[in-house]
Design a protein around this ligand. Structure first.
Ligand SMILES: *Cc1c(COP(=O)(O)O)cnc(C)c1O
Length: 409
């Protein structure tokens, strides 16, 4: 029988989360993921909060490719890769990703979380250093925890602090710098040219997690390294199939042959976890065909994010400037952000408000994510809803200080 000594602290912690407003409620979709979704309250809510950047999650041609692969390659692999879990399409996908990103080779994982979880321990040992942006993704943090290298953390995007960490780590044998390519809360792009300069000056490896870029950001959708024209200077890229590239699941690491070969031999989430399902592998190959064949979806996504940013700014909202389909609309006050998100849902627009502890105190926001699948008409309606709800709350045209003052508790 469960002992209350175990359950009581858990219950207390859940209660604390509820009372602090950090308890996460999962909204139930009653149909597929898409530019609009069905929820209990309505069957056509414009969806502005999925990582469905290219609109591929429920694209008919991908559903077809998945069905085709189900027929040709079966449902599951029931094996890790090195026993009998590798089909020719698994290797084909690894080669295609490597070629897409201009790397020697690539290795598939069940998720990017696993790719990051299984990377650092393999390539860094006791005498080495891992230097990480303070706001890197949880999976990078966990991967670093599993490795024995000395850990250094630099202030978010702060190149002087990164340099200091490199100086502090000079006694370590080998050094690696790791950063998100694009940070998901702000859509900020890591300053890769500066990071690469510092890495070269201090002989450090550069690792970029491009989960919020692969397939849609930078020339050809090749990600932040391509965006910054430093593709040759970024050594290792990890990323996900669970966002723009169809959004099912799966991830990968791409990089130098010796690193990929070592991961295949020694990376624990690869060695001890099942192969990626064939349908995902076959469908991701179709996604790469699509991305290499045409820039249409990328262009559409870029047009959508530019239009949304332009019109919301003109309405008097405070946006974090940028060029990425993650568009943070700053509301500063947590209650206000929450109320506006709720009111937008009444207007059939689904967005999520973020507040402390996900973002710092006083920086509550609504994070909008655009998709290539959003039609002009959907964006018209979404923008009109923002105008209406922003007007009702009397915040259009107000700056940070005015909003903070008006909504101070
Ligand atoms: C989403 C995300 C991940 C996790 O990817 P999964 O494939 O869903 O595990 C890892 N890193 C970053 C930066 C992400 O945004």
């Amino acid at each position: 029988m469960l002992n209350s000594r175990f359950t009581q602290p858990l219950t207390d912690r859940l209660e604390t989360a509820r009372s602090q407003g950090t308890y996460k409620h999962e909204r139930l979709l009653t149909g597929p993921q898409g530019s609009s979704v069905s929820v209990r309250e309505s069957d056509a809510v414009i969806n502005l909060c999925a990582n469905n950047y290219l609109g591929l999650s429920n694209a008919p041609r991908l559903v077809k490719a998945a069905k085709r692969t189900l027929d040709s390659h079966g449902f599951g692999m029931s094996s890790v890769r090195f026993i009998c879990g590798t089909q020719e399409i698994h290797r084909e996908l690894e080669r295609r990703i490597a070629a897409f990103l201009g790397k020697d080779d690539a290795i598939l994982y069940s998720s990017c979380f696993d790719a990051n979880g299984g990377l650092f321990e393999v390539i860094l040992g006791n005498d080495d250093a891992i230097i990480s942006d303070q706001l890197n993704h949880a999976s990078i943090i966990d991967g670093i925890r599993l490795c024995k290298a000395k850990r250094f953390r630099y202030a978010h995007l702060d190149m002087a602090d990164l340099e200091e960490a490199l100086v502090h780590s000079r006694k370590c044998q080998r050094k690696a710098i790791v950063t998100d390519g694009v940070f998901s809360m702000d859509g900020e792009v890591a300053p890769l040219p500066e990071i690469c300069d510092l890495a070269e000056a201090h002989s450090a490896l550069v690792i970029v997690d491009d989960s919020h870029s692969t397939g849609f950001f930078g020339p050809g959708g090749r990600g932040t390294a391509a965006f910054h024209d430093v593709e040759k200077r970024v050594d290792v890229i990890t990323s996900t199939f669970g966002k723009a590239l169809g959004g099912a699941s799966g991830g990968f690491t791409a990089g130098p042959q010796a690193i990929i070969d070592s991961l295949r031999q020694f990376s624990r989430p690869y060695l001890f976890s099942n192969s990626l399902a064939p349908a995902i592998v076959g469908t991701t190959l179709a996604v790469l065909d699509l991305l290499e064949g045409s820039g249409e979806l990328r262009q559409r996504l870029d047009d959508n994010q530019k239009r949304f940013r332009r019109e919301l700014t003109a309405l008097g909202f405070n946006l974090v400037p940028g060029d990425h389909p993650i568009v943070p609309i700053m509301l500063y006050n947590a209650r206000l952000a929450e109320d506006i998100a709720n009111d937008l849902l009444t207007e059939q627009v689904y967005v999520i408000a973020f507040s402390y502890p996900v973002v710092p105190h006083g920086e509550a926001r609504i994070r909008v994510q655009l998709s290539a699948a959003h039609s002009d008409e959907q964006l018209d309606r979404a923008i009109a809803a923002f105008e209406k709800v922003g007007g009702q709350h009397g915040i259009l045209g107000l700056g940070r200080e005015e909003i903070m003052e008006r909504f101070a508790v």
